[in-house]
Design a protein around this ligand. Sequence first.
Ligand code: URA
Ligand code: URA
Length: 145
Amino acid sequence: MFIGEGPGAEEDRQGLPFVGPAGELLTKIIEAIGLTREEVYIANIVKCRPPQNRDPHEDEAAACRSFLERQVEFVRPRVIVALGRVAAQNLLDSKAPLGRLRGNWHSFKGVPVRATYHPAALLRNASWKRPTWEDMQVVRDRLRE
Ligand code: URA
Ligand code: URA
């Protein structure tokens, strides 16, 4: 299961997660570890688009929390990948920077969680692609166990 931040403009139009430019890159990331989009579940911390794509506020994330928890309970994913700082901090209830949340296994409702960069961030800064690939290899290895 991949968890992002919240719908962007295209996601808001279609009512589906990660169907815009960041979604195209996410599809490639998923396929790079030998999976297809049909084999993974994709969700967001907040279910409505924050105006001007600002970070979701704490009360907004809190309002969507029970939906996210039920998505995880229904899907029962083997691994969760938190995409970006907002997803990682919300999921792990932490204020630590992404750089500190990356590189270790965490847990959400008993499901192992790995944090990595958000695909939209990779579109802005290609130097984060290599560490993201390293994170995804760790995820792939875990799924092979
Ligand atoms: N960015 C996100 O965090 N989620 C989406 O669904 C699309 C872009
Ligand atoms: N499939 C997904 O991967 N995510 C949804 O939110 C709905 C269907």
